[in-house]
Design a protein around this ligand. Structure first.
Ligand SMILES: [Zn+2]
Length: 265
């Protein structure tokens, strides 16, 4: 009997050793797979192309609805940025940074800070124009003016935008839709907006629009259409119009970055 019980004990011990050995082998395999997985993931992350960081600024915000005509300017700015953000995200090569959420009131200094903190590759600020007679129509945009460190790249971006806007059927105002804006202090101390054509390459010390001034990346402020002109609003301020404009901005961004457009699915 004693013989049998000893043999049984030895058998149990052998089985226990086997189980421990198997457990060690399984743990080792899991550890090996996890290590290989982590190394592959890190290598992929390292080799994956960095996304382009696009700063989008829907003009105005909160109580400040901008110009009022057939629509409020803010409807156009937020809608267009929504469409453009969606398009850029679908493309997959872009990271979008918005200067504010829809409905949020954030002043221009803060909006610019939000974009610059994320080291955006370019800034596009969307606005709608207005005119008391209701007759003015079309598109114009304002790159950082001459004398600024980001002038040349901003002008390049403006060229890409106007080309795509014209292709989308928008009327380009002035000389090919590119102008410079400055704030000039009047005799009474009031700030007045002065507009110059792109052919005027004089370096003015007066500040330009906040979103294009004091930044090193390409920065353009776009006046998409006139909210005071019904035809304009229907073409580039309605839901469909904002989507058309957003597609034109998307193509312009691709063209500026010299990358292929991704076709819409
Ligand atoms: Zn505006």
């Amino acid at each position: 009997m004693e013989e049998i019980s000893r043999a049984e004990q030895r058998r149990k011990k052998r089985q226990k050793r086997k189980r421990i050995k198997k457990g060690i082998q399984i743990s080792f395999c899991i550890l090996l797979f996890a290590t290989v997985g982590i190394i592959c993931f890190l290598a992929y992350r390292h080799n994956a192309p960095k996304p382009y960081v696009i700063g989008l600024d829907p003009g105005h915000g909160g109580e400040d609805v901008g110009a009022v005509g057939y629509i409020e300017e803010i409807e156009l700015t937020e809608k267009t940025v929504d469409f453009l953000e969606e398009r850029l995200k679908k493309d997959g090569r872009f990271q979008v940074v918005r200067s504010r959420k829809n409905g949020e009131a954030v002043d221009i200094t803060q909006r610019k800070k939000i974009l610059l903190r994320k080291e955006v590759d370019l800034i596009l600020s969307i606005h709608g124009n207005s005119d008391p007679t209701g007759t003015a129509r079309g598109f114009e945009c304002y790159p950082a003016p001459p004398g600024r460190e980001n002038h040349a790249i901003s002008y390049d971006l403006a060229l890409c935008i106007t080309e795509q806007m014209a292709a989308a059927g928008n009327h380009l105002r002035g000389i090919q839709g590119i102008r410079y804006g400055y704030y000039v202090t009047g005799e009474g101390g009031e700030s007045q907006k002065v507009i110059k054509e792109a052919s005027d390459t004089t370096i003015y010390a007066q500040p330009s629009f906040g979103m294009v001034e004091g930044v090193s990346c390409a920065a353009v402020l776009a006046e998409q259409c006139f909210v005071t002109n019904l035809e304009d609003v229907e073409a580039f301020g309605s839901d469909t119009g904002c989507a058309i404009a957003a597609e034109a901005y998307y193509k312009a961004i691709c063209s500026y970055l010299q990358i292929e457009e991704m076709p819409l699915q």
